[in-house]
Design a binder for this molecule. Sequence first.
Ligand code: SF4
Length: 191
Amino acid sequence: MLENEVSANEVSALVDQGLLLPLMEEFYTIQGEGFHKGTAAYFIRIGGCDVGCHWCDVKESWNAETHPPTDIRQIVENAAKNSDTIVITGGEPLMWNMQPLTEALKTKNLNIHIETSGAYPLTGIWDWICLSPKKNKLPEGLIYEKAHELKVIVYNKHDLIFAEQEAAKTNKNCILYLHYIYSPNGACGIK
Ligand code: SF4
């Protein structure tokens, strides 16, 4: 029993350091959104998110405890075998310390992209930052300066106002996208 408790504490410490990460899934695919749409990449989906978007299509990512703490060396080895472009997504990957994972990916000369709501401080080394801010947990200030791409999800009319507000916070080179959400019956949320 004591051994298990110590082990759990050790795992928790390694997760805090970013040496283990709750890996939900990893797969090679074609980027379907934004500036890099249509290009191949290896996606690494990290579990854990407390932003709570009601239209989220990966709610199974929210509870980090349901995703195994995975050694980042294993994650990097898998990624390097599959693509030279890696997309870190979630969940909300910035809930975790991304520095060790991105440093390790860089030793393999990989291009590293992140898809984030920006709700947590920016950690890690990134070649491309896709910032997708959410109203219920706004980004920390610094990431607006660093973002290469702003992607605002549009579910209703007010989201267009939110998009304008968020665009005004970005750096001058940031590329702006609206991403529409469609309801299950095929109707757009915009009326
Ligand atoms: S930030 Fe992303 S993962 Fe988190 S609830 Fe919103 S859409 Fe889902």
